[in-house]
Design a protein. Structure first.
Length: 488
């Protein structure tokens, strides 16, 4: 493959989210050059289509950076790149690995955004043009895609892909379905080239809902599955919401909405791809789990822990006619984002003490109150309360080792010192020894520390005798009157 060469308070977290993003970019940051001519500028490989020769649609860099969602009712073409018809491709790279993270909402790891939207005002009907998603890890650390063993494309196995699915190894522009001569082909384009594209055959509607893609579960005879989404695991299906529209009603000024959210925070919360409609609090788009990836040659699970590169390919070989300018089915890509972990409230890619303290500081704040943090409203009911805290803390302990107060990855004597120095403190933080999340540093937190002592590393663990001395000190401290407890 070719390639061109409390952070104080809730309010402070909101204000600094953009600055943090300078070090961590959740969006795809690079177009990998797969052009036929190996041009120096980032370039991709579209198939013929109505818009592939238009500057508004053929700038590959439009797929980079922040998403520009249009909502559920209309397409937003301000920042998309078209892939043209069947076999058209683009390859994007991230500046860091996108990891398979169980702390992400629903365990989903990345989101592909497009210009799709709901058709005829129904969540069961989509103006959608499906594309397959493939991912590749970066294994040798040189930032060049595909130059090391194991750096290959692994297919996200969507709802309609199974072992033996048809794979079109060669795209042939003379074979249709585009009528011959419909779309002008730039000089130098061959009549065919290798794509390896997997072909999908979605059932586009005719008649009253012509051109739309209906949820197949609403078309069958079982009403019990109507709210289960039939298409998932592809690009180009679910709408990207307007920035800050947390309830999916195409307004960013209603109760619960937060129009001042940064794209880094809003478009990194995934929609549930298995449910009809857009999940509250989500930015929309087509989310997937790295665990869905399979080896396309064996159809066995890829077992990937992370990926760095992503390829999107138009997967439908269909021409929907000239009326209404439907034309060929072609994926338009708006962007790709890594999912933000539930306990990463500031979107810096790390679940740190700043997130923990901000979550505590937001407790009891409602949507219309100063300091409300929308990322802390995890259950999306416009108030940060005990239900949000319970979800946050549950995920926090999946990411961070219980008892590791300084978050250095090891439960050690240093964490005991944090606990001892803050014993009997109320309104306390994890970094002050509150290891069970109840807001106070007590003997119960010491038990958490003791039960996890030594966890997180195979070497450098204090000798048992040292641990026993710490226990004796803890008992003595617990018996001594302490007068420095305070409200926090």
């Amino acid at each position: 493959m070719k390639r061109s060469a409390f952070a104080g308070s809730c309010m402070l977290l909101i204000m600094t989210a953009g600055a943090v993003g300078q070090a961590y970019n959740p969006f795809a940051s690079e177009v990998i050059d797969i052009s036929l001519n190996g041009t120096a500028a980032p370039s991709y490989l579209p198939a013929p289509g109505q818009r592939v020769n238009l500057p508004l649609f053929n700038n590959a860099s439009r797929a980079l950076g922040a998403v520009s969602g249009g909502g559920t009712a209309a397409a937003n073409n301000d920042s998309v790149v078209t892939l043209g018809g069947f076999g058209g491709q683009i390859v994007l790279g991230f500046s860091q690995d996108v990891r398979d993270n169980p702390a992400n909402p629903m365990g989903l790891d990345a989101i592909v955004f497009s210009n799709s939207f709901f058709a005829y005002g129904s969540e069961q009907l989509h103006w959608a043009e499906l594309g397959t998603i493939e991912i590749m890890p970066e294994l040798n650390g040189n930032g060049i895609a595909g130059d090391a063993p194991g750096e290959q494309w692994y297919l996200i196995r969507g709802s309609h892909l199974g072992a033996g699915s048809y794979r079109e190894q060669t795209w042939d522009r003379t074979a249709g379905p585009q009528p011959d001569g419909t779309y002008p082909i730039a000089a130098g384009w061959p009549d065919s080239y290798t794509t390896g594209a997997h072909e999908l055959h979605p059932a586009y509607q005719t008649g009253l809902y012509e051109g739309s893609l209906a949820n197949p579960n609403v078309l069958d005879q079982d009403p019990g599955n109507d709210q289960i989404e039939g298409y998932w695991g592809y690009a180009g299906y679910a709408p990207a919401l307007k920035l800050g529209d947390r309830d999916g009603d195409n307004s960013t000024a209603g109760p619960g909405d937060f129009a001042t959210m940064s794209p880094e925070l809003f478009y990194t919360t995934p929609d549930d791809p298995l449910s009809v409609g857009i999940s509250p609090g989500s930015g929309g788009g087509d989310a997937f789990d790295i665990a869905w990836a399979i080896d396309p040659d064996t159809w066995q699970p890829a077992g990937l822990e992370a990926f760095r590169y992503l390829r999107i390919t138009t997967a439908v070989d269909a021409f929907l006619g000239y009326e209404g300018e439907l034309g060929e089915v072609s994926v338009e890509v708006d962007g790709v984002a890594a999912v933000r972990a539930t306990c990463d409230l500031d979107g810096d890619g790390v679940s740190g003490l700043g997130d923990y303290d901000a979550m505590r500081a937001c407790q009891g704040l409602a949507w219309n109150e100063a300091g409300f943090l929308p990322t802390a409203d995890i259950v999306v009911d416009s108030v940060v309360d005990e239900s949000d805290w319970a979800t946050f803390f549950s995920v926090w302990t999946q990411v961070n080792i219980a008892g590791d107060g300084n978050l250095d990855g090891l439960v050690s004597g240093a964490d005991y010192v944090l606990w001892a120095n803050h014993f009997a403190l109320t309104g306390a933080s994890w970094g002050q020894g509150d290891f069970n999340g109840d807001g106070a540093v007590t003997g119960a937190d010491y038990v958490v520390w003791a039960n996890n002592f030594g966890a997180g590393a195979a070497a450098g663990v204090p000798e048992p005798a040292t641990a026993a001395m710490l226990v004796i000190g803890a008992i003595a401290l617990a018996r001594r009157p302490v007068g420095r407890g305070r409200k926090g």
